[in-house]
Design a binder for this molecule. Structure first.
Ligand code: CDP
Length: 220
């Protein structure tokens, strides 16, 4: 059976690489929901909005146009009000604050609506924190990718180095630990596997190996 694929998991578990490769392989649209929360956070920071001002954040979410452009194997381009922010949203300052913005229920409501709309006209591979539990609970395939904190921090460290943004490994580990706690502990749509999700520990696996594994589960 073919149908939408939900991939959830904590920061650095390899979701986006795997989701992108899997979508390209299946000819599905890849939707990186984290990029949407990041784009909004990027705009809030640029406008100097106080990130504890929920009312202001909700208004911002309502007046902001966020668009994802799937460029196949080259990944996703992210636009915020027409401006390309693909690289800007990966900066540490955005990573540090995104969970706060993502914890506001009405902000989530607005972005989830957009995410569901994208999934109605396309077959999608969607990655995030609440895809299997909340955004697409009816998706026939749900995966939850995990890995140890050490391994996830190492992966993120390498990614940032490759992007020309060297950050101390220790700092990355602390940031990921903090973000995981915020994402798992929030009241609305916390990070957790759906009851029917298949949990995969990717510690000893490359992204290609994970994709191969998912393909056997999707199309046996
Ligand atoms: O790529 P990384 O794992 O660092 O995170 P991301 O997928 O870009 O998501 C960034 C942040 O957005 C997460 O830490 C969550 O706070 C939030 N997020 C969320 O709340 N719900 C989602 N569906 C996706 C992301």
């Amino acid at each position: 059976m073919r149908g939408n694929i939900a991939i959830d998991g904590p920061a650095g578990a390899g979701k986006s690489t795997v989701a992108r490769l899997l979508a390209a392989r299946l000819g599905y649209l890849y939707i990186d929901t984290g990029a949407m929360y990041r784009a909004l956070t990027w705009k809030a920071l640029r406008q100097g909005i106080k990130l504890h001002d929920n009312e202001r954040l909700v208004k911002l979410a309502q007046e902001t146009a966020i668009r994802l452009e799937d460029r196949g194997a080259r990944g996703i381009a992210v636009y915020c009000d027409g401006e390309e922010v693909t690289a800007a949203i990966r900066q540490t300052n955005v990573s540090r604050h995104v969970s706060l913005v993502a914890s506001v229920p009405e902000v989530r409501q607005r972005l989830v609506k957009l995410q569901r709309e994208m999934a109605t006209s396309n077959r999608v591979v969607m990655d995030g924190r609440d895809i299997g539990t909340w955004v697409l609970p009816g998706a026939p395939y749900k995966f939850f990718l995990t890995a140890s904190l050490e391994e996830r921090a190492r992966r993120r460290h390498r990614e940032l180095l490759d992007a020309g943004q060297p950050v101390e490994l220790k700092k990355i580990k602390e940031e990921i630990r903090r973000r995981d706690a915020l994402d798992s502990g929030r009241e609305v749509a916390p990070l957790k596997p759906a009851p029917d999700a298949i949990i995969i520990n990717t510690d000893q696996m490359t992204a290609t190996e994970v994709v191969a594994r998912l393909l056997t589960l999707i199309d046996p």
